[in-house]
Write a protein that binds this ligand. Structure first.
Ligand code: BGC
Length: 728
């Protein structure tokens, strides 16, 4: 027998600095497969550790201490899959905490997102993980969705482009995992809800961004907890095999969502599930027998293992191990990047009378419950552990000096009024925390798990009882994780709304900064204050970034990645306890525009301290064939006094389609930085197949019609430029 090879590093014996060509990667994966026994192969299809013992550890605080490992084979130096989470950075201690994905969606800047991915990928590898679980691309169907902050927005095109950029960056260093496939857009009901969807909304709205990351070469896809059209996503052959692997040609592997992501070994294996995570559960217990009895073919096991080996070989090789020193985690360059991203993600929604930027010479009152609270996002699986978090108060103090910053936490109205009146401007920090929104970790999680996974041993059962007793003492946290869930309201908390009214009355120069994972309804108070901005959950450097924007050191250029409605009734039906729901074509800006309902702030909207003008929209050809590409150019000019960024957006409307279509759909965008008076010609390309709709019978149909390119600064820009073209 060969000597054991130490694989207790992220890449084991497969790691080489020399890149392998594609055929060599495939040959190496096949060679390893041929050396594995059937028993070893089956073992590669589930997590390496025992279910209940690990679960108990996880619930008592071990979550986020090390990667989850599956399929390590010492004999052959196969290090296995080493998973760690995201999306706002690597969750392991000391890694950089970036603004949440929704904030990064607001940058509309794929090149910047690729740099974020690059930083995350490096940190992942340096911390001993090889699979990043943070490419969360569930479409924001409704802003109450608990995990809204983990995704990039509501629009499939924008979401796909941002996700592809994250994958590109991460996969320079490690494998990336896109999740949760598919239609996992509500949170509290995620373990129970069945989503009914017909093929048109499935292909046009809920899957394009998954397809986009598959085209980008994503190594792994995580199946979702919910069921779709009556089949759990973890057992869903249509999704996993027919669409993902066959239709799209996905070469990577599918992993379950954790613990409750699959409930039956045979159904899952036959549907195309490759890896059950994170523990020894159904595959461990049932697969050896199912394979021995011929109920799951050996060929299916080989296929699953080959998929994992292929990606492991691909990502182990060709990268210089010396680049991945642990000191890269949370390093200065990455923290600087976190600050830049936070600056670029801030969306200025209102700025009457040019209140912002504030003069660095005046006094500022920083007010509110969240003014001095580290608030980087929810407390679920994406919870990071940064070395510090700069709060808004700390950021403003660092920028202005202690003496020019007054502070009131909002609990004492007298103190609030005194601070607001004594300052030249008041900055109110309002919004949500992990208590209001986030991944839903049910307080009775262990009991629910017991319903779906094989039972614990006697010793485990005794330990379990202890943990469950300690957990029921609190309904706000589950071990180190918080309960989270879908939001119960789209407006701010009543105390925040009352505070805004009070402060606005005391100081007319009031700025409201909102921390949140998605849209907020602001109707009760938005006309009472001159300035509003979206801060989202801005990461560990967020306080500095806020100060940079408030004081004009950075010019805001973020744009909303989701529509901000005036009323909850304008949105699709949402019941956070639903057991069944139907998803159709209509949500977000498409729905509001179809219904003729004006939003509070449109999709794609955001102001700047400078001004921009678009001119000279030109189409290369007025008529194109169904396989051609539409090329459009437009000039964008900075007409104001400061350098700044504009996000130019190209939408297409189909005129006279035989089916009902969204009034217009985003097809391209570009974030452009311009000095005062500078102008730039932006070129957009839209392949005609992007204009197709999905027909239940004929599948993708590119209609020969007249279309209209609409180029503007947001989805409802009254100054947008328009040009018509024909598709033959
Ligand atoms: C979440 C996933 C996450 C996994 C592992 C699950 O509960 O839904 O997004 O990657 O836990 O942390």
């Amino acid at each position: 027998m060969s000597a054991q090879v130490n694989v207790d590093t992220a890449f084991g014996a497969l790691e080489t600095a020399q890149p392998l060509a594609e055929p060599q990667i495939e040959a190496k994966a096949q060679e390893l497969l041929a050396q594995l026994s059937l028993e070893e192969k089956i073992k590669m299809m589930y997590g390496d550790v025992s279910c209940w013992t690990s679960l108990i550890g996880m619930m008592s605080g071990a979550y986020g201490t090390k990667p989850y490992v599956a399929g390590q084979v010492h004999r052959l130096g196969i290090a296995g899959i080493r998973f760690s989470d995201g999306p706002r950075g690597v969750i392991l201690k000391g890694a950089t905490t970036f603004p949440v994905a929704m904030a990064r969606g607001a940058t509309w800047d794929p090149a910047l997102e690729e740099r974020v991915g690059d930083a995350i990928g490096k940190e992942m590898r340096a911390l001993g993980a090889n699979l990043f679980g943070g490419v969360c691309i569930n479409l924001l169907r409704h802003p109450a969705g608990g995990r809204a902050q983990e995704t990039f927005g509501e629009d499939p095109w924008h979401l796909g482009e941002m996700a592809a950029a994250l994958v590109r960056g991460v996969q320079r260093h490690v494998m990336a995992c896109a999740k949760h496939y598919a239609l996992n857009s509500m949170e509290n009901a995620r373990f129970q809800v069945d989503v009914t969807v017909s093929r048109r909304p499935l292909y046009e709205v809920y899957l394009p961004h998954f397809r986009r990351v598959v085209e980008e070469g994503v190594a792994c896809v995580m199946s979702a907890y919910n069921s779709v059209n009556g089949a759990w996503c973890g057992h869903n052959k249509v999704l996993l095999t027919d669409i993902l692997k066959k239709r799209w040609g996905f070469q990577g592997f599918v992993v379950t969502d954790w613990i409750m992501g699959m409930r039956d070994a045979k159904a899952a294996a036959l549907a195309g599930q490759d890896l059950e995570m994170p523990f020894r559960m159904h595959f461990h217990r049932d697969l050896p027998r199912l394979v021995a009895e011929g109920e799951v073919p050996v060929a299916r096991v080989d296929d699953a293992v080959l998929r994992m080996l292929r990606q492991q070989v691909r990502f182990a090789q060709g990268r210089d191990p010396k680049l991945y020193d642990r000191s890269v985690a949370g390093c200065e360059a990455h923290r600087r990047l976190a600050r830049e991203v936070a600056q670029k993600s801030i969306v200025l929604l209102k700025n009457e009378g040019g209140l912002l930027p504030l003069s660095p010479k005046g006094k500022v009152a920083v007010i509110g419950r969240l003014a001095d609270r580290p608030n980087t996002g929810d407390g679920g699986s994406s919870k990071t552990q940064p070395d510090y978090v700069v709060t808004p108060l700390q950021g403003l103090r660092a920028a202005l000096g202690e003496e020019r910053v007054l502070h009131a936490d909002g609990s004492d109205l007298g103190q609030v009024m005194a601070a607001a009146q004594a300052a030249d401007a008041a900055v109110l920090i309002v919004g949500y925390t992990h208590e209001d929104e986030g991944e839903y970790i049910p307080p009775n999680l262990l009991a629910r798990v017991a319903d779906v996974v094989p039972p614990p041993t006697q010793a485990e059962a005794a330990q379990l009882q202890g943990v469950m007793q300690s957990m029921s003492a609190s309904d706000k946290t589950v071990g180190a994780l918080s309960v989270g869930g879908d939001r119960t309201s789209l407006t701010l908390r009543p105390e925040d709304e009352a505070l805004i009214q009070a402060v606005a009355a005391a100081n007319p120069r009031t700025v409201v900064a909102i921390m949140s994972g998605s849209a907020v309804i602001t109707e009760v108070w938005r006309r009472r204050v001159p300035a509003i901005l979206m801060l989202w959950y801005p990461g560990m450097e967020g306080g500095h970034a806020l100060a940079d924007v408030l004081l004009g050191k950075a010019n805001p250029g973020g744009k909303l990645p989701c529509v901000f409605p005036k009323r909850a009734e304008d949105l699709p039906f949402f019941d956070r306890d639903a057991t069944a729901i139907t998803y159709d074509l209509w949500h977000g800006h498409h729905k509001l525009e179809r219904d003729g309902v004006a939003p509070a702030f449109p999709f794609g909207y955001g102001l700047s301290y400078t001004a921009f003008a678009l001119s000279d929209l030109q189409l290369e050809r007025a008529e194109i064939g169904p396989q051609d590409t539409l090329r459009a150019t437009v000039t964008v000019r900075n007409t104001g006094p400061r350098a700044g960024d504009e996000v130019v957006q190209l939408y297409v409307a189909a005129h006279g389609s035989r089916v009902e279509r969204p009034p217009k759909e985003l097809k391209a965008f570009a974030r452009v930085s311009l000095a005062p008076s500078e102008s730039r010609v932006v070129t957009f390309e839209v392949p005609a197949p992007q204009l197709a709709y999905f027909d239940e019978q004929w599948e993708w149909v590119i209609e020969p019609l007249e279309y209209e390119a609409i180029v503007g600064a947001h989805s409802l820009d009254p100054q947008a430029l328009r040009a018509r073209f024909l598709v033959r």
